[in-house]
Every structure is written in C-alpha cells, then in structure tokens.
Design a protein around this ligand. Structure first.
Ligand code: FAD
Length: 265
C-alpha cells in the first residue's frame, strides 16, 4: 500500500517521535511505500490568510471559501498545499499522528487540514440541490481510501471511557474522524490511542509499541467505523436529518451517525 504519514509533534525525540519511528519501521517491513509530512520539521504554515491566494486582488475582500474554490479551480493554490494534495491523491491510506492537546489536534495539524482540504477537493464536491447535498460523508474525492488516527493522551483510559469525566474518546475524536476524514470520503479505521503517557518509561513503552505495530500490520484488514453514508437513504434531504424511524425518538449525539451496530473493530 501507499501510505501518507502526517506527523504533528515539535520534538523528534518525544514519545510521539519514538512511536512514529516504530510505526514507519513496521510499515516498511510490511513492504508498504511510505511518505511523511512532518509538519513542524517542514515549517508548515498553519493559518489560512491572504498569502494562500496570490491571485486575490490586493484590495479585494478576502472570503476564504470563495478564494479556496477559485484557487483550486484555477490551479493557483500555493505550492506547499498542492504538494500535500498530490500526496493525498497518491496515498491509499492516510495516518495522522499527534498528541491530544486540549482535547483536540495541535493547531499546526488543524492548519494543515484548513489549508489542504480545499473547496472542490475535500468539500463542495458533487451536485448540490434540493435532491442531493453533494458527495460527502462516505463519498467524495478521497472515497475508497483508508484513514486512521494515532493519538497520545496524558489522561487515563478510564477518564475517556463512556462514563469518564473527559467524555468518551470516540466522541472527542468524532469531529476529526467523521467531520474531517469521513467527510471527503475516507473509510475511517478505529483510532490507535495511547493513554496516560506522561509518566511513560521503558517498561511502559514496549507494550504500546507492540500494539501500534499490530495496528500497522492490520491496516488493510481492520474493519472501518460504520458511519452512515450521507447518500444511502438514512438522511432526509435537504434537512440532512437522520430519518426518525432509524433511532429512538429522544436519541441525540454522535452515536446516531453510526450504522446500527456501532463502531466495528
Ligand atoms: P513526551 O513528553 O515526549 O514523553 C512522555 C513520557 O514518555 C516521558 O516520561 C518520556 O520520558 C517518555 N518517553 C518518551 N519517549 C520514550 C521512549 N522512546 N521510551 C520510553 N519512554 C519514552 N492530555 C490529555 O489527555 N488531554 C488533553 O486535553 C491534553 N491537553 C494538553 C495540552 C497541552 C498544550 C499539552 C502540552 C499537553 C496536553 N495533554 C493532554 C497531555 C499530552 O497529551 C501529552 O503530554 C502527550 O500526549 C505526550 O506525548 P509526547 O510525545 O509529547 O510525550
């Protein structure tokens, strides 16, 4: 397989750096081709601003969505963004690795998404009408490819359990897994999460490294999370609400968007 590995930690000698090396070594041992976007090392520019759209008139009002659409349509996105898009199209699997910072991805990785997932590429794809709300959530440019998160967290696993005070990890990662990865078409694998990592030592490292190696060995076969596809009939158009008969009347929350039996794997 062809794998794009996006790494978002500022220190190569960190735990994240060590886990990245473990993952990449295993992927290469399995015969996969791996390309790496090391965002801090590459000096990735994380904020969206006018400099992203050189063709924008200097005195023109900057409307990010419109500017993104025009730049994608006219092939005038900046070279760094174009290079990432080329890698995403090349890869059949995307891995995003990061430490959980304030219950989210580090800003540099969010900025990678903001800039690379352009209009016409990752969103605004397909027919938009009263009958159809585009190709997204299971369809789109990146459909047929797989994606997976590799995350480290300071908190205990229990703190992220269904009744844990931090909230369930599947809920916290839903905006990334569903909103960023499933949206442009990826089939999303259950995340790899290493908990309680801040007091890690040699003894703690090896079992986690082995668990990660196993996930790298089973990338192609691990069942993906069974999100409901947008255009499979489960949602009313154009309100994009889940059909009432598909859930308990008072059910709410992210789990509604799992297809019945919940996450696989
Ligand atoms: P490092 O600091 O590099 O290492 C962690 C430990 O592992 C150290 O004890 C180190 O000695 C050891 N170690 C490193 N490499 C190895 C190795 N090769 N072998 C053995 N041991 C090793 N956590 C949450 O749960 N939720 C949050 O919302 C959250 N928000 C945060 C916000 C910020 C701004 C920050 C800085 C931290 C936050 N944390 C949070 C904690 C954060 O998730 C962890 O600090 C992070 O995941 C640790 O990863 P690291 O690569 O930086 O670890």
């Amino acid at each position: 397989m062809k794998i794009l590995f996006v790494f978002a930690h500022p220190e190569p000698r960190s735990l994240n750096g060590a886990l990245r090396d473990v993952a990449i070594e295993e992927l290469k041992a399995q015969g996969h081709e791996v390309r790496i976007s090391d965002l801090y090392a590459d000096g990735w520019k994380s904020e969206v601003d006018r400099a992203d759209f050189p063709s924008l008139a200097p005195d023109g009002r900057f409307i990010p969505v419109a500017a993104s659409k025009k730049a994608f349509d006219t092939n005038t996105l900046t070279d760094d963004v174009k290079a990432e898009i080329e890698k995403l199209l090349w890869a059949d699997t995307l891995i995003l690795q990061f430490p959980l910072w304030w219950f989210a991805m580090p800003a540099i990785l969010k900025g990678w998404v903001d800039r690379v997932f352009a209009y016409g590429f990752a969103y605004g794809v397909g027919e938009h009408s009263d009958q159809r709300w585009g190709d997204r959530y299971g369809e789109g440019t990146l459909a047929g490819k797989r994606a997976m998160l590799v995350v480290t967290a300071g908190g205990w696993e229990e703190h992220y359990a269904p009744r844990g005070i931090n909230g369930p990890i599947d809920d916290l990662l839903f905006p990334i897994n569903h909103g960023i990865l499933y949206y442009p078409g990826y089939d999303v694998l259950p995340p790899f999460v290493a908990y309680r990592v801040d007091r890690f030592d040699e003894a703690g490292f090896e079992p986690v490294a082995e668990r990660l190696r196993e996930r790298m060995r089973t990338l192609a076969t691990t069942p993906t999370i069974r999100y409901r596809p947008q255009n499979g009939g489960d949602y009313l158009v154009p309100s994009m609400q889940l059909r009432p008969e598909l859930s308990e009347p008072d059910a709410t929350g992210f789990a509604l968007h799992l297809n019945g039996a919940g996450a696989a794997g």
